[in-house]
Design a protein around this ligand. Sequence first.
Ligand code: PBG
Length: 329
Amino acid sequence: MFDLVERPRRLRRTGAMRALVRENRLHAEQFIQPIFVREGLTGSADIEGMPGVQQHDLDGMLRTTHAALDAGVRSVMVFAVPKVRDAQGSRACDVDGPLTRAVAALDAEFGDDLVVVADLCLDEFTDHGHCGVLDAEGRVDNDATLEAYQRMAVVLADAGADLMGTSGMMDGQVGAVRAALDGHGASNTGILAYAAKYASAAYGPFRNAVESALQGDRRTYQQDPANQTEALREVRLDVAEGADIVMVKPALGYLDVVAMTAAEVDVPVAAYIVSGELAMIEYAAAAGAIDRRRAIEETLMNVRRAGASVLCTYWATEVAGWLAEESRA
Ligand code: PBG
């Protein structure tokens, strides 16, 4: 026998003991399930690069959302793919546009039982694929884009969105959207701010999901992956402008940013496990390199442990099902 004063392994001896001292847990109610709705689609369609994720018509969206709620997930994030696009992204602000209609259908079906986050961005609606409108030189025009975001926010609030997912990374977008909502009498509609959003290669499959028209990249508005301090600035600005929840995106490569953000703010912190991060795990699992379920559970726990309470993940409903199964076992 060695004379060891501390033996940390005692607390790992049995499953019950490990559960007793577990520091972090996953809860389905803290997941957000992203959903893709495609205008003109009948039924559902697979998405290249996103195994297990589909685009839906409105019926399919409602069915998917029922399944999420049945599993214990109570929030969805809606993205829409329009049939036609233009330079201004005008269908984003159309009351009959696909996003507005999807949000209204969810609100009518689920009311207060569901938190509906509407993606507030122009990229799905512009024919050039950028998150804003362009100036005469073809550059993304920050302030003209803010005006479009304000129009979009009012339409989405009327449709019944609970939270605006401001994902465009324009300067001042949270303040502009907050002012538009308040001016419209929608002071109860909140803002889930994509505060620190990086120009990441991990959005590749998502661009298939929304059939993005983007040529080039988003480096003049999304953050440089090399920067950390800048994230604190973005987060500070969004909180000052009225963000109700701040999000870091992507999640896995940016756990340092999640942890810093959680240490800095007094609003809830969310993190988005993005399409490319899903793809890395799905394809590695499909190749037999890793155990799929364990890798997914561990991944979500990593993000939770780093400090995000809210997890936006394509696996939300499936993992919620596992959690329910484990709590019955
Ligand atoms: C922009 C938006 C993007 C994602 C969410 N919102 C794409 C982008 O910034 O290029 C990516 C999500 C993912 O990759 O899962 N509206």
